[in-house]
Design a binder for this molecule. Structure first.
Ligand SMILES: Nc1ccn([C@@H]2O[C@H](COP(=O)(O)OP(=O)(O)O)[C@@H](O)[C@H]2O)c(=O)n1
Ligand SMILES: [Ca+2]
Length: 406
């Protein structure tokens, strides 16, 4: 209990502090089972009346690694992890509200890539933990989320947090999410042409806060940063990798190492004999990206919010500050990719994949989505201290569907 008081008082002046809880305060617990980690988000909301937009008072956030899919062959071990995270919610939510507080887990691309049987076994373990908790467990509380929702809900989160979903002048911003196993692009089309040229399943109508938004969104499975590494190495979707060595010009020449992803062990290394550096690497990466993604013309000149691995790699290479984030142009990623790839020995210590990752991000933005060199990217991890994640949008949607909010 004392922890919770401290946490809130860090963010709110005492007279606003939700500890002096009013009747209109409520909570929502959302788990994000991503391909590289599992996270819990405990949100506190206030809604003064049906006419008012829901107010978000705060978020408690914690994450653990590795992701759920790493337990594919030992689902019972997963239990400890969900229990540990759920304990945080027990501490954070006042006991008299436990029964009214919904808890939900949504898994993303890591589980989409597993076999149905393994994925369901993992989800079952989590469901058991939830059922034994004192919280409200809605029907279908543990599931794999559809990729189109992942993009839409992240878009809702960012535009809610930046104040674009309330009031008259809504200037919404598009969002780019680069996960471990999949990547999402979402925006509100301004041009009729975009609606006409988009593949049918890239357009989704979505109702939230009494407005209907017709969004362009798509989740590309296998185009997350880590899945892309495997694709570039030629190791994606290989059933048996039996100690095979995968080499790339995007890796340090003399490197030989092992890497675990999605419960599989891969051996990889540099082009001992052949070329290394940005040019050969870019050509390798292009094979994975070119012609594989839909390019909506209207986004070429616009600006986007970008987070997850876009953010992490920009931080790793000092393009932005970890706390502040920042605004970059697409060409900043290219400049950095060249710098890292053509001086690989120097950057080796950070991550052997840094050159490959930056080159992939560059190619994904330019050749994949078709952005211009000078397209602006607003790199953001938090807005007003709240994580820019699909989880907030998902919690709004959940509360709405349970009739807890309007
Ligand atoms: N709340 C969160 C969740 C993930 N992430 C980032 O998202 C990336 C990993 O994506 P993920 O594990 O969710 O993978 P997917 O299942 O989305 O493909 C890493 O760069 C994380 O740092 C984040 O920045 N904030
Ligand atoms: Ca994610």
């Amino acid at each position: 209990h004392s922890n919770r008081v401290m946490w809130f008082q860090d963010f709110f002046p005492p007279n606003m502090c939700p500890i002096n809880a009013k009747d209109d305060t409520f909570y929502g617990i959302m788990f994000d089972a991503g391909s590289t980690g599992t996270r819990i988000h405990i949100y506190t909301f206030v809604q003064k009346s049906p006419e008012n937009l829901l107010e978000l008072e705060g978020e408690i956030f914690e994450s653990v690694k590795p992701g759920l899919s790493a337990y594919a062959d030992q689902p019972e071990k997963e239990k400890n992890m969900s229990l540990r995270l759920l304990d945080m919610a027990i501490d954070a939510v006042p006991p008299h509200l436990w029964k009214k507080t919904p808890v939900v887990l949504k898994a993303t691309a890591g589980l989409r890539l597993l076999s149905e049987e393994k994925a369901q076994a993992l989800l079952l373990e989590v469901r058991e933990v939830f059922e034994e908790s004192p919280f409200l467990v809605p029907e279908d509380s543990v599931s794999i989320m559809d990729g189109s929702y992942e993009g839409i809900l992240a878009w809702i989160t960012v535009n809610f947090l930046t104040g674009q979903l309330s009031g008259q002048n809504q200037h919404t911003v598009g969002t780019l999410d680069l996960g471990g196993a999949s990547t999402q692009i979402t925006f509100l089309p301004q041009f009729e042409e975009t609606l006409k040229e988009a593949p049918g399943d890239f357009l989704t109508s979505f109702e939230m806060f009494n407005s209907t938004y017709k969004l362009y969104t798509h989740s590309y499975l296998g185009f997350g940063l880590k899945a892309a590494r495997l694709a570039i190495l030629g190791a994606l979707n290989m059933e048996a990798v039996d100690g095979q060595m995968f080499r790339s010009s995007c890796l340090p020449k003399h490197l030989e190492a092992e890497w675990h992803f999605g419960g599989v062990k891969y051996r990889y290394g540099g082009n001992k004999e052949g070329e290394t550096g940005f040019k050969p690497c870019y050509l390798e990466v292009l094979k994975v990206v070119k012609g594989k993604l839909h390019q909506p013309t209207e986004i070429r000149g616009s600006s986007f919010y970008a987070f997850s691995y876009y953010y992490d790699r920009a931080v790793d290479t000092n393009l932005i500050d970890y706390e502040q984030g920042g605004i970059l142009e697409v060409k900043d990623f290219e400049r950095k990719a060249k710098e890292v790839c053509d001086n690989m020995e120097r950057y080796n210590s950070a991550s052997p994949f840094l050159c490959m990752d930056l080159t992939y991000i560059t190619a994904l933005l330019k050749e994949g989505f078709g952005f211009r060199d000078n397209t602006l990217l607003q790199l953001t991890k938090k807005v007003n201290n709240i994580e820019t994640s699909w989880t907030l949008g998902a919690t709004f949607h959940l509360l709405q569907s349970l009739g807890i909010t309007y």
